[in-house]
Design a protein around this ligand. Structure first.
Ligand code: SF4
Length: 392
């Protein structure tokens, strides 16, 4: 039987009432890629034999969750992966229709899908636009062909720029591009030139990612074996610092530690701790006091026999996240509102400890005040890990 996963069924009333209290975000995970990038640790597969069954279950899960939550309002949708642009036009249309049937999209503010530059064509993008998708996030990473080869990407820099041009031709005005930082022998001037070329090609948003080799992957094995070396922390900080200057100059204002340009309303909901439901292998959800993550085993998920990890957060845990996530935003957090909320939740000692830590960060130039708000300075953004760690 398909439907809401067993461990969540006892909580359905609470979940449905949280889903009716404010519009939700929906995330759908499409776990397929043409090839596996050398740095990737996402849940994805090249096995096209799994695609049909996985999409069939995504459709069923969309329907089941819509019913279980009472067809709640949804104001942002995000199709991520993996490579959603690998879906056939028929699959993409079926998923869109399933979302429209299962949820109330009358207040939809944004519908984003991710696309790999090596998989898009104009017809497909036009069809997506006609279906109502209004934002595309293109996995450009870098325009340096040597680095793209090292990363195992299936496209070169020219194809990345072409994907942006195609998206514009298809009618998209909200186009996000990714820029990776911390790559072996990456050159600062080249990163800045890439940023300029991406904006010139139509990117209205940029996500700047640090190469993350925490988990096992072929690129990590090369680095661990000494065959490749990563830039020093100082060199990486120089790149981030230069982008903090260059991207606003190009018209993309910062709004989060790693994100510039017209904000992604879906991603803003994560940092503002607003509710979302994720469907698909490895997808995460947060609704009411509950947070859950679906198991990332793709065949098991497609057959409806994957597990799920459910966590019920205490009031103090949820409150602490408001600060941790909110500080990532350029606008920071409303300190006085947090103070009041702490008092209401009986968490004054916790807030007093934060107050002391904040005063220290402020004295060191890592945090600044603007009216009732506290936010990270440019330097604070560069050292954000150290600051945020204090509040974990
Ligand atoms: S395209 Fe993205 S999800 Fe797919 S293998 Fe590459 S990094 Fe991973």
């Amino acid at each position: 039987m398909d439907g809401v996963p067993g461990p969540l069924r006892p909580h359905l009333d609470a979940l449905a009432s949280a889903a009716q209290a404010e519009p939700l975000g929906l995330y759908l995970h499409v776990p397929f890629c043409k090839d596996r990038c050398t740095y990737c640790s996402f849940v994805t597969t090249r096995d096209t034999g799994l695609q049909s069954a996985t999409i069939t279950r995504l459709l069923a899960q969309t329907q089941a969750w819509g019913e279980a939550l009472g067809r709640p309002a949804v104001d942002t949708v995000y199709l991520g992966g993996g490579t959603p642009s690998l879906l056939t036009r028929g699959e993409f249309e079926s998923l869109t229709r399933a979302l429209q049937a299962a949820f109330d999209l009358s207040s939809l503010e944004e519908a984003t899908f991710e696309a790999n530059p090596g998989t898009v064509d104009l017809d497909w993008l036009q069809a997506a636009r006609e279906l109502g998708w209004d934002r595309v996030s293109i996995g450009t990473q870098t325009l340096d062909d040597r680095l793209l080869g090292l990363l195992g990407r299936i496209h070169d820099g020219a194809e990345a720029l072409r994907a942006l041009a195609l998206a514009r031709t298809a009618g998209f005005t909200r186009i996000s591009a990714d820029l990776m930082v911390g790559l072996p022998q990456q050159d600062l001037d080249r990163v800045l030139a890439d940023a300029r070329a991406l904006v010139e090609a139509g990117a209205s948003h940029m996500s700047v990612y640090l190469l993350d080799l925490d988990k096992a992957c072929p690129l990590k094995a090369e680095v661990d074996a000494g065959r490749l070396s990563l830039p020093s922390d100082d060199a990486v900080a120089d790149v981030f610092e230069a982008l903090q200057v260059e991207l606003p100059r190009l018209g993309l204002a910062p709004y989060e530690i790693s994100n510039y340009g017209e904000p992604s309303r879906h991603n803003l909901r994560y940092w503002k701790r607003r509710p979302y439901v994720g469907l698909g292998p490895s997808a995460a959800s947060q609704l009411g006091p509950f947070r859950w993550t679906e198991e990332g085993n793709i065949p098991a998920w497609a057959e409806g026999r994957a597990g799920i990890e459910v966590q019920e957060l205490s009031g103090a845990e949820a409150f602490a996240e408001l600060l941790l996530l909110g500080l990532r935003l350029h606008e920071g957090v409303d300190w006085e509102a947090l103070r009041e909320e702490a008092a209401q939740r009986n968490l004054k000692p916790l807030f007093d400890a934060w107050d002391t830590a904040m005063a220290g960060f402020q004295a060191n130039g890592l945090v600044e005040l603007e009216g009732p708000r506290r936010r990270l300075t440019k330097r604070g953004m560069l050292l954000s890990n150290a600051v945020l760690q204090t509040f974990v």
